[in-house]
Design a protein around this ligand. Structure first.
Ligand SMILES: [Zn+2]
Ligand SMILES: [Zn+2]
Length: 291
């Protein structure tokens, strides 16, 4: 691929005949306006998006955007990598909110109170992304991350909202904490990354599994094996845009309008027609987020 191609948006895929939702996106991290992103997505049959908050500002923005657009639903949370940052501080300021001083448990409680307030809003359909990220957070941050995860589970249950899980290299601990706390009625593993055995565990518990563009990657056979055994009534599709652009556009910016690329690859894995999978996914997403 020539270097300039990295900056060229992938072309519009063939439209889906059955409209679906992008169950997990970050419009606030993508180029262009919200109107442009939604119009482009709708033109290929992606008529609904779930806008996911990762910190206080992002969660407030998600709630405001969902209030302004019929086709946008919001989820609100402190990302698993945000919680330790609030407690322990972040002198380098890698996140969008910049450097900050250590705030300790009191700062985390204050942030969680704002998430709790936002979670009560009607256009907020879920609490997340929360969970555990053992890839990005070292041993010093794990206690804060777990405390935050448990608090988000409690908030989701109290408000009757879906729980959106970010699980990066932390499968066993995520499943354990869900068992210990008692999972909300509707729980979604976003960017599902477990193997087939874990997919059976999730299916038995009734957890939704949302697949992202990485299911198309050459080295992702274990993920395709997991998708193959996941019951069609628990499968969702997402972009996690601007991340995880599906093949053959890896390395370029992802956006909700690329959902058809991932959905078609998923239909192949499941041995279903595109229309049958889209019909299932559309119903599952509406059920998961209660819209
Ligand atoms: Zn995530
Ligand atoms: Zn995300």
């Amino acid at each position: 691929m020539a270097p300039q191609d990295k900056n060229t948006p992938p072309p519009l895929p063939e439209p889906l005949r059955v409209a679906v939702a992008d169950s997990h996106t970050h419009l606030d991290m993508q180029d262009g306006t919200v109107d442009e992103a939604l119009a482009k997505a709708a033109s290929v049959g992606v008529t609904t998006v779930v806008q996911v908050g990762c910190d206080i500002k992002g969660s407030q923005w998600a709630a405001e955007t969902a209030a302004a657009y019929e086709s946008v639903h919001a989820t609100v949370a402190l990302h698993p990598n945000e919680a330790p940052r609030i407690v322990l501080g972040d002198p380098d300021g890698w996140s969008r909110q910049g450097a900050r001083e250590p705030g300790g448990d009191a700062a985390l409680d204050e942030a969680l109170a704002e998430i709790d307030r936002l979670a009560a809003l009607p256009q907020v359909r879920g609490v997340g992304e929360t969970g555990l990220d053992h890839f990005r957070t070292g041993p010093d941050g794990i206690a804060a991350q777990e405390r935050s995860f448990r608090a988000h589970i409690e908030i989701a249950k109290r408000h009757g909202k879906a729980l959106v899980i970010h699980d990066r290299e932390a499968h066993e601990d995520v499943l354990r904490i869900l068992r210990e706390e008692g999972a909300p009625e509707r729980t979604v593993f976003h960017c599902y990354s477990g193997d087939a055995e874990m997919a059976r565990t999730c299916a038995a518990a009734g957890y939704f599994m949302s697949f992202a563009g990485n299911v198309t990657f050459k080295n992702a056979q274990p993920l395709r094996d997991a998708l193959a055994v996941a019951p069609p009534e628990l499968v969702l599709v997402e972009t996690d845009a601007p991340f995880l652009t599906p093949a053959p556009y890896r390395g370029r910016a992802n956006a909700p309008y690329l959902i058809p690329v991932t959905l078609r690859a998923m239909a192949d894995v499941k041995g279903m027609t595109e229309d049958a999978l889209a019909t299932a996914v559309a119903a599952n997403t509406a059920r998961a987020f209660g819209y």
